[in-house]
Design a binder for this molecule. Structure first.
Ligand code: AMP
Length: 501
């Protein structure tokens, strides 16, 4: 099925309901949203886009993002959302690799692109909107790819993850069943990039005919969110843990608790125990965790609002440190290198199987065969599962530090360091070491007004974790390098250490 059918149905049920908002200003109701998408679909068809063609989007968060997505689906195209922070040459690489015929851009991203573009602020876009609307979306089979998601490519060229219509349906099921309910009065706030997880959460809100809100800034500004949320009310959003950290710091400093925010879904990177405990203490039971990856979009496990917030549960703390149980559409298991399931508590690679798992990588059978074996997706993430099915993530396998032949999971060291009051943020990586193979190095940003004393941190670590795991060296930095999605770039930190040598 074509997701544009969801939009059409919502527009029939709730034509006058507010659909697209910029800040707290309504820019389009559902009838207009669907009409624009149907016109864009007609315009694209007129420009030679046939079902299955790729249409790329290289723009920052804006309400036109949704019009362009649904317009492309109306015409039966496959969308290729590209991280707006990429260099135009990197974006071109993706456009060429996916052989996208057209790319929607905004004035701030498109100028340098050597590809056929439609600027959403220009005449070509107005022309698209001038077409007579298509009567119905093109038919799409459930096994057809509708979203080609390019991985960040930190370990080589980005790969195109083929997300099918069935994958999206499974993701929606997982959301409604295990993450949150959605009501008509809800507002999904796109504070994180729409080319990624935040954008994928549009579907559930189109299905319900809820509001879609792009903040004026187009990004994650903590003050703006705290100011906007009470005006909108019933706000949901997806945010990376590092964004939540900023939001909680601001809320605390301003004496606010996040009025108007219904749900913050966090994931995409490690949420440290100390941080989520504080987040709930400051902002209340508004948090739900998900664990997913492009290859099983937003849908591997979930940790519900109750499990995050209910301190009375005897295993609250243990579960809070986990990423929860498998979401409804998938099975999850932990395996050794040969794919044999490991007993509860043992660490291995996390494997996923089910309707949310991608169809494979675009034109890359070798990488696809390596990622999906016997129907199971090998996530590249290491973790353990307890007897109740709660999964605790350790690290990406490539981030594990092997020192003196023993595995050290950076996450465990980071969790320990974050319990020290002088530490604001931390990232632990391995540094080549002639004697040990690798040694542990911690990059630390100090808490406001605090000074980092390596001896005190050393002592603190010895009180919480095994001696051999404690960092051999500390690097105090003003901030950690992060990508557009708020993920700490450990590759950059390792590179920095190499350059030091
Ligand atoms: P991406 O494909 O860019 O969305 O990145 C997915 C990766 O982010 C996963 O394979 C995990 O390594 C990490 N990740 C996603 N969700 C979580 C989470 N809740 N906790 C820790 N790491 C996560």
């Amino acid at each position: 099925m074509n997701p544009a059918e969801w939009l059409v149905r919502s527009a029939i049920r709730r034509p006058a309901a507010p659909a697209l908002l910029c800040g707290d200003e309504v820019r389009a109701d559902y009838a207009t949203f669907a009409d624009h998408a149907a016109r864009i679909g007609a315009g694209l068809a007129e420009r030679g886009i046939v079902p299955g063609d790729r249409v790329a989007l290289f723009m920052k968060n804006r309400i036109e993002y949704l019009e362009a997505l649904y317009g492309a689906w109306f015409a039966g195209a496959v969308v290729v959302p590209i991280n707006a922070k990429l260099h135009p040459r990197e974006a071109e690489w993706i456009i060429e690799a996916s052989s996208a015929k057209l790319t929607f851009v905004s004035p701030d991203t498109g100028a340098d692109l050597r590809a056929e573009t439609i600027d959403i602020a220009g005449e070509a876009y107005s022309e698209l909107l001038g077409h007579a609307p298509l009567r119905a979306p093109v038919e799409v089979a459930s096994d057809q790819t509708i979203w080609l998601f390019y991985t960040s490519g930190t370990t080589g060229r980005p790969k195109g993850v083929q997300i099918t219509s069935a994958n999206i349906q499974a993701m929606c099921l997982g959301y409604f069943a295990d993450v949150d309910s959605v009501a008509e009065q809800d507002a999904i706030l796109y504070a994180a990039p729409m080319s990624h997880g935040a954008g994928l959460y549009n579907f559930m809100h189109v299905i319900r005919g809820a509001r879609h809100v792009v903040p004026q800034s187009g990004g994650f500004e903590a003050d703006e969110i705290l100011d906007l949320a009470p005006k909108l009310d019933h706000v949901s959003m997806f945010a990376a843990p590092t964004m939540i950290r900023r939001l909680v710091d601001h809320a605390k400093a301003a004496g606010q608790t996040g009025d108007g925010i219904k749900t913050i879904v966090y994931g995409g990177g490690p949420m440290y125990l100390a941080d989520i405990v504080e987040a709930v203490a400051v902002m209340g039971p508004r948090f739900v965790q998900i664990y997913g990856q492009g290859e099983s979009p937003m849908t591997i496990t979930a940790l519900s609002r109750d499990l995050v917030a209910d301190r009375s549960h005897p295993r609250w703390r243990e579960r809070l440190a986990s990423v929860g149980q498998a979401q409804s559409p998938v099975s999850v298991r932990i395996a050794d290198a040969e794919g044999r399931t490991l007993p509860p508590g043992e660490t291995g690679e996390i494997l996923v199987r089910g309707a949310a798992v991608m169809a494979g990588y675009w034109q890359n059978p070798e990488a696809s065969a390596n990622a999906i074996r016997d129907g199971w997706l090998w996530t590249g993430d290491l973790g353990a599962m307890d007897a109740d099915g709660f999964v605790t993530l350790q690290d990406r396998s490539k981030d594990v530090i092997i020192s003196g032949g023993t595995n050290i999971y950076p996450r465990e060291v980071e969790e320990a360091l974050l319990l020290h009051p002088c530490v604001h943020e931390v990232a632990v990586v391995g540094m080549p070491d002639p004697e040990w193979g690798e040694s542990v190095v911690a990059f630390v940003t100090p808490a406001p007004g605090a000074e980092i004393d390596p001896t005190a941190l050393d002592q603190h670590c010895c009180e919480t974790i095994a001696r051999f795991k404690r960092p051999k060296a500390y690097r105090v930095v003003a901030q950690l390098p992060k990508n557009n999605y708020g993920k700490v770039l450990k590759t950059e930190l390792r590179q920095k250490l190499k350059e030091e040598e």
